[in-house]
Design a protein around this ligand. Structure first.
Ligand code: ARG
Length: 458
C-alpha cells in the first residue's frame, strides 16, 4: 500500500524505490516553496469566502502554512522524496499538523494548476529582478561612455579597421541592445502575470470558486481564459528563456570584444585584477576569465532554451509529466543570467581604458579613406568616382609603406586636381568622427545627446 502518498487510494503496490527517485522533483522544485505557500493561502482564503470550506479551517490552514514557511526558511523542514514534489511535501506536512482542515486545502484545485501558478509567481518576481540587473549594467555602460567622452577608437567591420568612432559610441551600442533586452523582459512579464489557478486538472472545477478574487489576492493582472491552456502551456517560460538567450548573445559579443581588447596586441582596455586570474605556469599571464566565462555561459543559456522548446514540442494537451522538466532549465537560466549581469556590471564599471592605444590604432589602417571620398563628393565628384580615386590613393600608400595622413598636397593632387589644402583638416580623426552627426552617428555632440537621453530614460 502507498499509505504515505496523497494519491495512494487506487494503488495496491508501493512505488518502486528507484521510480520514486526518478519521478520526484522535490530536489529542484523546493525552490518554489514560498510561491506554493502564498498560492495556497490565497486559494484557501477564497475557498472560505465562497463558503466552500469552513472559515475556521481556513484559519488553521493559513497559520499552519505560515509555520511551515518559517520552518523551511529556518532550514528545519525535512523534504521527502517519497512525497515527490514541493506541493505534496507542503500539503502532507500541513495535514499532519492540522488534520482534516489541511486535507480540505486541495478542494477545487489540482497540482496541474498549482504548479502553473507557482512557476508564474516565481518567474514574475525574477523578471523584475533580471530587469534591475540589466539596469545595473546599463548604468556601468553609461558611466564608461560619459567618463571617456571624446576618446577615439577604430570602428571595425570584419574585424578590420573601418572608420574612426568614439569609444563612447561603441559603449552606447551595448546600451541600445540592453534596453531592448530589458523591454523584452518587461513584455514577458505581461504574459506571465496572469492567474492559471482555477483550471483544475484540465477542465475547470465543479466548485463555485472566485478566480478574480484569487488574482487580486496574488496581484495578478488578470486570469487565464481557458483551463486546458492554463495547465499545459509554458510559453511564458520559453519567452523568458528566449529573451535571456538574446541577452546572453549580446553579453557574449561584449565579452569577446573585452577579451580581444585586453590582449597585448590591442591593449585598448585593462580589466581590473579582481576580474582576472593568473596562470599556474606562465607568470606573465592575466587572463580575462570573467568575460570568457560569460561568453561560455551563453552556450548553457541557449541550451536551456532549446531544452525547453524541445520539451514542449508536440506535447498533446493538457498536462504531461514531461513538463516537470521545465524547471531546471528555467531556474538555471535565471541564475546564470543574473550572475552574468552582476559580474559584468562591476567589471565594466571598473575597467580602465587606454585612449592613446585606441587613438593610434584609429589613425592607422586607412581609417579616414571614406572621409576622403566624401570630401571629393563635396567637391563635385560623383561618389563612385571618388571611391575609385581613393582606392588608387590607398594603393599608392601601400606601395610606399605610408598611411593617408602622411600624404603631401602634391601627392594628393596626383590623384585628383580637386584636392586642396583643406583636405588635411577634413581627414583628422576628430573631423572624421564629428562629421557623422545625423541621428545615430558617432559625432561627439550626437553621442553626448544620446548619453543624456539614456540617463533621462532610466
Ligand atoms: N511536480 C509536478 C511538475 O512539476 C507537479 C504537477 C504534477 N501533476 C501531475 N499530474 N502529476 O510538473
Amino acid at each position: 500500500m502507498s499509505k504515505d502518498k496523497l494519491w495512494g487510494g487506487r494503488f495496491t503496490q508501493p512505488t518502486d524505490k528507484f521510480v520514486e527517485e526518478f519521478t520526484a522533483s522535490i530536489n529542484f522544485d523546493k525552490r518554489l516553496y514560498h510561491q506554493d505557500i502564498r498560492g495556497s493561502i490565497a486559494h484557501a482564503t477564497m475557498l472560505g469566502k465562497q463558503g466552500i470550506i469552513p472559515v475556521a479551517d481556513v484559519e488553521d490552514i493559513v497559520s499552519g502554512l505560515k509555520t511551515i514557511l518559517e520552518q523551511i526558511e529556518a532550514g528545519e523542514f525535512d523534504f521527502s522524496v517519497s512525497l515527490e514534489d514541493i506541493h505534496m511535501n507542503i500539503e502532507a506536512r500541513l495535514s499532519e499538523k492540522i488534520g482534516d482542515a489541511g486535507k480540505r486545502l486541495h478542494t477545487g484545485r489540482s497540482r496541474n494548476d498549482q504548479v502553473a501558478l507557482d512557476i508564474r509567481l516565481y518567474l514574475r518576481d525574477e523578471l523584475v529582478e533580471v530587469s534591475a540587473y540589466i539596469d545595473l549594467l546599463i548604468d556601468a555602460i553609461i558611466h564608461q561612455a560619459e567618463e571617456n567622452l571624446g576618446v577615439i577608437m577604430p570602428g571595425f567591420t570584419h574585424l578590420q579597421t573601418a572608420q574612426p568612432i568614439l569609444f563612447s559610441h561603441h559603449m552606447m551600442a551595448y546600451h541600445e541592445m540592453l534596453k531592448r533586452d530589458k523591454a523584452r523582459m518587461e513584455d514577458c512579464l505581461k504574459r506571465t502575470n496572469v492567474l492559471p489557478l482555477g483550471a483544475g486538472a484540465l477542465a475547470g472545477t465543479t466548485f463555485p470558486i472566485d478566480r478574480e478574487y484569487v488574482a487580486e489576492l496574488l496581484d495578478f493582472d488578470g486570469v487565464t481564459r481557458n483551463s486546458l491552456d492554463s495547465v499545459s502551456d509554458r510559453d511564458f517560460a520559453m519567452e523568458f528563456c528566449a529573451a535571456s538567450s538574446i541577452l546572453m548573445v549580446h553579453l557574449s559579443r561584449f565579452s569577446e570584444e573585452l577579451i580581444l581588447w585586453s590582449t597585448s596586441e590591442f591593449k585598448f582596455v585593462e580589466l581590473s585584477d579582481s576580474f582576472c586570474t593568473g596562470s599556474s605556469i606562465m607568470p606573465q599571464k592575466k587572463n580575462p576569465d570573467v568575460p570568457e566565462l560569460v561568453r561560455g555561459k551563453t552556450g548553457r543559456v541557449n541550451g536551456n532554451l532549446v531544452a525547453l522548446l524541445t520539451l514542449m514540442k508536440s506535447l498533446p494537451l493538457a498536462y504531461n509529466k514531461d513538463m516537470q522538466e521545465d524547471k531546471e532549465p528555467l531556474f538555471d537560466t535565471i541564475d546564470t543570467v543574473k550572475g552574468c549581469l552582476k559580474v559584468f556590471a562591476d567589471m565594466v564599471r571598473e575597467m580602465k581604458i587606454n585612449p592613446e592605444r585606441m587613438k593610434t590604432a584609429a589613425a592607422a589602417g586607412f581609417s579616414t579613406a571614406t572621409d576622403v571620398a566624401d570630401y571629393l563628393v563635396r567637391k563635385g565628384i560623383p561618389f563612385r568616382d571618388a571611391h575609385e580615386i581613393v582606392g588608387k590613393t590607398v594603393r599608392y600608400c601601400i606601395e610606399n609603406e605610408m598611411d593617408i595622413p602622411a600624404l603631401s598636397l602634391a601627392e594628393w593632387q596626383l590623384f585628383s586636381g580637386r584636392i586642396q589644402e583643406d583636405i588635411f583638416e577634413s581627414i583628422t580623426l576628430e573631423a572624421s568622427v564629428n562629421a557623422r552627426r545625423a541621428t545615430g552617428g558617432t559625432a561627439l555632440e550626437r553621442v553626448r545627446a544620446e548619453i543624456a537621453r539614456a540617463k533621462e530614460g532610466r
